[in-house]
Design a protein around this ligand. Sequence first.
Ligand code: URA
Length: 434
Amino acid sequence: MRIIDLIEKKRDGNELSTDEINWFITAYTADHIPDYQVSALLMAILFRGMNRRETVDLTRAIAYSGDQLDLHDVAPFVVDKHSSGGVGDKTTLVVQPLVAACGIPVGKMSGRGLGSSGGTLDKMESINGWHFEMSLEQFKRQLGNIGLVLSGQTTELAPADGKLYALRDVTGTVASMPLIAASIMSKKLAAGADAIVLDVKSGSGAFMHTVAEARQLARIMVDIGKDAGRKTVALISDMNQPLGHAIGNALEVREAIATLHGDGPHSFWEHCLDVAGYMLLLADKASTLAAAKAQVTAVRDQGLAWQKFRDMVAAQGGDVAQIDNPNTLPTARCVEPISAPQTGTLAAMDTTAIGWACVRLGGGRMSKSDQIDHAVGFVLPAKIGNHFQAGETMGFIHANDPDKLNQARSEILAALTWSDTPVEPLPHIYDVVT
Ligand code: URA
């Protein structure tokens, strides 16, 4: 087969066969196809889409590009969660230890930043020494020992996703439903979880802008999970504004730590409670969502979830003293307020633009080789429906370069829409797809 034929076929709106998809993923994983041709194919997929059969084939091909983890010799039932990507989304950092502290092993393979959306691995690397590379043996050992693992794509697990993910990040090919579904579900299938809670984001900061699109993405991922014998549920959650207050790597780690201590933003905690609650339900640890949330709240209040987070950081080489004193996490040189440009009610936010403002500040990558500045970002407690007086502080910019700081301020202000009349606050969950 020749990649040029596949590119032209998809460019012209035709279906790729199962054999073609398998060949493409095998050849790319073995470095037999250059990035520039794969970029062209990804762009063709983004514009032309893939039908259900092609999406399922792509998911399976990526999942089988490496090994399959069977975790049952170390844990009888393992749960996992995954978000479709958003701005300020540090949910994994809080939910994983909460669920592990309830006695349910959580083994998770996360990703780096993707386009305007932050990545869990980049956030965790704000902690000195913390690393996600591990052999499958280490993954299992840690899951057995502390019930909590946060790894990344490896050369063993879904290696094709690692390569495609990095390429999509810098080629404008992230926001494609089949590519997102295959990326997420291939990792979930390869990592061997018995139950999966998907957090599918919808809104101005998500790759799916409407609830209808998010529901479609959720449906296909839930079906792929079920076909593979995994209990799968998708929550459709709001991403019309950043999640929580912090946006940017070390700032988000600080907010996650505060949340594990019971001091995080209320709306973010509510979101974590829902995701963790559904994970408990799938693991049959509670019979109602309310009972599940009560268990989750109890392990936070008893400090058990914080202890799990510490254990995971220590097991993966991180500096525990630094998370015990979050002021020692990377800190930006310039911190300046963002003032409301007018009196009025915040009516809408272009959350993708806020995500890109953070990337341009240094918090993400514009090209594959960029180094991340973990210290920079925003603390933006302002939410849709909040009323401000002109000049009132809405949040803060953390930057290491005054020019970039000023640019970020203009970008954030340009991302806000104001109203003279009251605006209803947004729900944080729109639907649950089972
Ligand atoms: N998360 C992933 O792992 N992949 C995507 O494509 C989007 C979000």
